[in-house]
Design a protein around this ligand. Structure first.
Ligand code: FAD
Length: 439
């Protein structure tokens, strides 16, 4: 009987540098390639937001189409299913007598819960996962995950000299799909027009990275990476890295090739440094599991902030008394992207000026960001809110100073119409009394 395997694509929407797909290709006679679009992403969560909105949804659909096109060159296809993963995979196991299930390791809490359920429910099957979302494999880390260093600096010192596994090329061969697994048309939620600069998919990712490193932008990265706007001021690799259309090890290979060509400097090192941050947050998410989403965070220390619905709504819409914050939020809402400095500024504002629960901010980012990554997002929010891996406690950015430094001529604020006039933070006072004009 044919040895049927199921490859569950999640955050590895590519053929290049995909070790687990290589392994599946070597071990299976027949292979089902599956991606599950979970209907729960499109329903409001406890923060009243969906888990995905237009920008990332479009980017994801493009990425899935691109992956399917790549697979078809190998006489394969991507089975996209609009159903909860557990139900889908259970059905496919029965329908095709699946013997092995493969996936890339992910820090996604819900997917890991499903993976554990499958492990328990199907003890006779073989489950295989490998690291392809991170620079390092889990086995390469010079400590047990439970002993993950409490700060990024400690982590960096321990790992930065470890040799990275070279990225693999795409497999030459993929086993065919089993009979009866042809695609029926799936009715996915509709795509809406978005104003975006990012095209989804592995080929678009590889083209973008070639474009970035063909110019001498990396040599000046450190000096400009904090700018609020400007396509060339940072790599803009994050959306492709987040859904795995691009491998971080491939980025490192391109970076090293660039350094050979043009020479290494502080700026080229800093791109590696940021990718180490990304790795740190991945392992941090694995280490802290559900605490990634809890109020007291990895530090298990409850902040003193509260929940103010009106402030929160104004923050989401970019309608606060702070022009720089409004401009960044309007950029996010219009494009799905915000610079790293912008993200720090608006997060600090929510937590400090608006005295609000950081998780509302993380949930809104989850919905809006084109590059949403569970570990990078919730980890960075914890860091900013003082419940994450920062020994110094929460970060409070001086909004006036930030404006002077990053938008001295008001160009960014004007572009995104950040100035909302005489906007008040609250239209009622804390005891629910309407605020009179003279207050
Ligand atoms: P570059 O500056 O060119 O950096 C290169 C790569 O390094 C990025 O593509 C990214 O993969 C990684 N990187 C850079 N900074 C960080 C960082 N602080 N943490 C983790 N990885 C980093 N990044 C995401 O990819 N997804 C998120 O959901 C996300 N949410 C964030 C939320 C907050 C509150 C903050 C402060 C930061 C968040 N970041 C997130 C990190 C960072 O802002 C983005 O990765 C970066 O702005 C993306 O633009 P870029 O690719 O041009 O980055």
């Amino acid at each position: 009987m044919a040895n049927v395997a199921l490859y569950w694509f999640t955050n590895d929407l590519r053929l290049h540098d995909n070790a687990c797909l290589h392994q599946a290709a070597q071990q299976a006679d027949k292979l089902l390639c599956v991606y599950c679009v979970d209907p729960r992403w499109f329903a409001p969560n406890r923060y009243t937001h969906n888990r995905i909105a237009n920008h990332r949804w479009r980017f994801l659909v493009e990425s899935l189409r691109a992956l399917d096109a790549r697979l078809r060159k190998h006489d394969q296809q991507l089975l996209v299913v609009y159903q909860q993963p557990l139900d889908t995979i259970a059905q496919l196991i029965t329908q095709h007598d699946v013997a092995r299930i493969y996936r890339s390791r992910t820090a996604d809490y819900y997917l890991n819960r499903d993976w554990q359920t499958l492990l328990q429910r199907y003890p006779m099957l073989q489950f295989v996962q490998q690291d392809s979302h991170t620079l390092f494999d889990l086995e390469q880390l010079p400590f047990e995950l439970r002993d993950l260093p409490a700060t990024f600096t400690e982590f960096r010192k321990k790992v930065e000299d470890i040799g990275l596994p070279p990225p693999l090329s795409a497999p030459d061969y993929l086993p065919p799909s089993p009979a009866g697994s042809d695609l029926a048309d799936v009715d996915l939620p509709p795509l809406e027009d978005t104003e975006t600069s990012f095209s989804g998919g592995e080929i678009a990712a590889l083209q973008h990275i070639s474009w970035y490193f063909a110019r001498q932008l990396a040599s000046n990265y450190k000096a400009v990476r904090n700018e609020l706007g400007g396509w060339e001021n940072s790599t803009k690799l994050s959306p492709w890295l987040a859904n795995g259309s691009l491998s971080a090890r491939h980025v490192m290979q391109e970076l090293r090739a660039y350094e050979q060509r043009f020479s290494a400097n502080d700026s080229t090192y800093w791109i590696f440094f940021e990718l180490l941050w990304r790795d740190y947050f991945q392992w941090y998410a694995h280490r802290h599991d559900k605490h990634l989403f809890l109020f007291d965070g990895g530090k298990r220390r409850k902040p003193s902030t509260g929940y103010y619905p009106e402030r929160y709504r104004k923050w989401c819409a970019g309608n606060t008394p702070y022009a720089i914050v409004n401009a960044c939020m309007k950029q996010l809402n219009a494009t799905g992207y915000m610079s790293n400095r912008g993200r720090q500024i608006v997060a600090s504002c929510l937590v400090n000026e608006l005295d609000s629960d950081w998780r509302g901010g993380a949930a809104y980012f989850e919905q809006q960001l084109v590059d949403y990554d569970v570990a990078s997002n919730w980890g960075n929010w914890q860091y900013l809110a003082g419940v994450g891996p920062d020994p110094r406690g929460k970060r409070h950015f001086d909004l006036q100073k930030q404006t002077g430094q990053y938008d001295p001529d008001g160009v960014f604020i004007e572009k995104w119409q950040g100035d909302c006039g005489d906007q008040q933070l609250d239209s009622v006072d804390a005891a629910d009394w309407p605020i009179m004009p003279s207050d």
